[in-house]
Design a protein around this ligand. Structure first.
Ligand SMILES: Cc1cc2nc3c(=O)[nH]c(=O)nc-3n(C[C@H](O)[C@H](O)[C@H](O)COP(=O)(O)OP(=O)(O)OC[C@H]3O[C@@H](n4cnc5c(N)ncnc54)[C@H](O)[C@@H]3O)c2cc1C
Length: 622
């Protein structure tokens, strides 16, 4: 009988907390999820949308590992688009507009249905820590809960401060109280607490738009969802709309810039560069005469619409004027005003690749608390923290995905190895091996791992196996069977060779005599086409991956005192000591640790017989 109330406590039931709690309970741990407001479980604080470049990749990876986000996104999607289709397949990205209310309700339903998971509305105000190990949490009204593993997934709530114009109020999100005292407790146990900011635009009543002046942006003809083998058919229910800012909009913002919380000196935290407020866009890009605005419905049971592109902390009367200056929005009525929020986060250099803190055993951090931004980034970390917390309880090896097999690996490695000085979001450009890490093949990369863990059901696993078998058979047929009906051919060629031609698609092959197998669905057909067309590039990337894996394979003992290796530069020694890379590969990615430092480290390791005879040249390609 355990002396603890629970095995795992998850603080927060946002995107990170949900995945952490579900993974933990599904892996058999007695789990408690604590949340400030039950109604806010799975709430989308900003845009009710999942996916987009690199984020869609993350969502599909979460699904392949047995997470929840993709499935619920598919069940509540109202508008689907595959982005970047004019670019290469590495950056094609599924994106959905979701019904905000339904998304949150369904997530709550899934949590409530999970055996082994208790949910409680309570605000956590401190940690129970004994001998540098966590043993539970304290709540605001005094009740304590004990557990040997605690996952903090507190989002933007830690000492959250909401700003609109000159008015600032304490809050974790509009209408929800901030989490108080917990930050101070985290600082007191030695974790580095820092401050970021983010913001959100006003919402409008969709019935007050002049649709004649807006450009409709319908969903794709063949909508594609996120989840694998769940048999959800995505459907478009609404259209989105495009408009733009005008000279008048820019004038209003410039004239009122001192009223913005961001420009009046009230906000001190650093915001996301890639997702600037409208004030930032006008000030930082004065030569740009106009900026795109996307109007996105928030759901099927509401007329509320999200005005994507004008996140702001200007006062309400200025927001009214901005809206009226935009074509199609002249008579639009704001139903919620935009605001900015500042919040505490913990420097991600405080965690290891398992998301456990270095200083407090058993304490894991996931999501926005680690300095990241975005639902997908949060959900991915939550899933990994939930899995690793239970694996460590069971005394099993941790699950660490690396940069060669997942965006999730890139995300966590970037945060832990490089830290971040602005809210971190995922981009396809962050993944070196992105042609291999496509959104379409996340199942092949990760589902076997999810299955081994016990997070992928028998039904889904069987469907996956059938897909693999059908794909293999079709690939072989394409390589074996010959086409003699193409008008440009002087002699018959294999269908696979024909498909390699730039303008020929698998659909075109049908006109030239190809008979696709009935057990190959459209998604698998697209995947086969990509693998054939990009075979050469994929092979080259595989070679690069080999070099990467070698460097990752040279593991570093956890107890090296780098400060005593005086052949390494001082700054590099400090960084190595702080971050404690698991491999030479990870050491090479630490900013401030350069080639000479890793060479010196390899020589030192060899001298101390801690290294096999693998030369650095082989690892770095130098
Ligand atoms: C105003 C605003 C604008 C945003 N704009 C964008 C954007 O444009 N683009 C983007 O990518 N992301 C944006 N975000 C960020 C996005 O919402 C987050 O990245 C994402 O929600 C993080 O998920 P999370 O699970 O880490 O935290 P959250 O979704 O914030 O969930 C936190 C959870 O923790 C609970 N909680 C917190 N503290 C405690 C406590 N002490 N005790 C118990 N429960 C607690 C809360 O109740 C909540 O359930 C914005 C967020 C806000 C607030």
């Amino acid at each position: 009988m355990s002396v603890f109330d629970y095995d795992v406590i998850v603080v927060g039931a946002g995107h990170a907390g949900i995945e952490a709690a579900l993974a933990s309970a599904r892996l058999g741990a007695r789990t408690l999820a604590l949340v400030i407001k039950l109604e806010s479980i799975g709430r989308m604080s900003c845009n009710p949308s999942i996916g987009g470049p690199a984020k869609g990749h993350l969502t599909r990876e979460i699904d392949a590992l047995g997470g929840e986000q993709a499935w619920v996104a598919d069940l509540t999607g109202i508008h689907y688009r595959m982005l970047n289709m004019k670019k290469g397949p590495a950056v094609w990205a599924p994106r959905a507009q979701n019904d905000r209310i339904q998304y949150s309700l369904l997530m709550r339903e899934h949590l409530e249905a999970q055996t082994g998971l208790d949910i409680l509305e309570a605000s956590v105000s401190g940690l129970l820590v004994r001998d540098n190990a966590v043993s539970g949490v304290k709540t605001l009204f005094g009740k304590e809960f004990t557990a040997p593993r605690v996952i903090l997934a507190t989002g933007t709530f830690l000492n959250g401060m909401i700003h609109t114009g000159k008015v600032s109020i304490s809050g974790g999100r509009a209408g929800e109280p901030a989490a108080l005292f917990l930050s101070e407790d985290l600082g007191a146990v030695g974790l580095a607490v820092r401050r970021f900011k983010t913001g959100t635009p006003p919402r409008i009543d969709m019935r007050t738009l002049d649709y004649g002046k807006l450009e409709a942006q319908p969903g794709d003809d063949e909508p594609q969802g996120f989840s694998y083998y769940r048999h959800v058919t995505p459907r478009n229910h609404v259209s989105c709309y495009i408009t733009r800012t005008t000279e008048e909009t820019h004038r209003i913002i410039s004239e009122n810039i001192r009223l913005s919380a961001l420009y009046s000196g009230i906000i001190k935290g650093i915001g996301p560069r890639y997702c600037p407020s409208i004030e930032d866009k006008i000030v930082k890009f004065p030569d740009k005469p106009t900026h795109h605005i996307f109007i996105e419905p928030e759901g099927l049971s509401t007329h509320e619409g999200y005005v994507n592109g004008i996140s702001t902390s200007l006062p309400p009367q200025v927001q009214d004027a901005i809206i009226r200056s935009i074509p199609g929005l002249e008579r639009a009525r704001i139903v919620r005003y935009g605001y900015a929020i500042e919040y505490d986060y913990i420097s991600p250099e405080e965690i290891t690749l398992t998301l456990e803190t270095r200083k407090i055993k058993g304490l894991y951090l996931a999501g926005q608390i680690n300095g990241s931004s975005g639902y997908e980034e949060a959900a991915g970390q939550g899933l990994m923290a939930g899995i690793n917390a239970v694996l460590s309880l069971d005394g099993r090896s941790p699950l660490i995905l690396d940069r060669s097999n997942a965006y999730l690996g890139v995300l966590i490695d970037d945060l832990v190895t490089c830290g971040t000085n602005e809210p971190y979001r995922m981009f396809t450009s962050r993944a070196e091996y992105r042609l291999c890490l496509r959104q379409d093949n996340a199942d092949e990369r990760l589902m076997p791992i999810g299955r081994d863990l016990g997070l992928v059901s028998d039904v889904r696993w069987q469907r996956f196996q059938s897909m693999l078998a059908a794909k293999e058979r079709e690939l072989l047929r394409l390589q074996r069977e010959t086409c003699d009906q193409h008008p440009d051919l002087t002699e018959p060629v294999k269908f696979a060779l024909l498909l390699k031609r730039p303008r020929i698609t698998s659909q075109d092959l049908i006109r030239y005599g190809w008979k696709p197998s009935p057990d190959v669905d459209p998604g698998t057909a697209r995947r086969i086409e990509l693998e054939i067309k990009y075979e050469g590039y994929l092979k080259r990337q595989e070679e690069e991956l080999e070099r990467f894996r070698k460097a990752e394979g040279i593991t570093l003992p956890g107890d090296i005192d780098y400060m005593h290796i005086n052949t390494i530069a001082w700054e590099a020694r400090e960084k190595l000591n702080r971050i404690r890379p698991l491999s030479i590969g990870q050491a090479m990615r630490i900013p401030g640790v350069n080639y000479t430092d890793t060479s010196a480290l390899m020589i030192w390791l060899r001298k101390h017989k801690l290294l096999p005879s693998s030369p650095l040249r082989e690892v770095t390609g130098a």
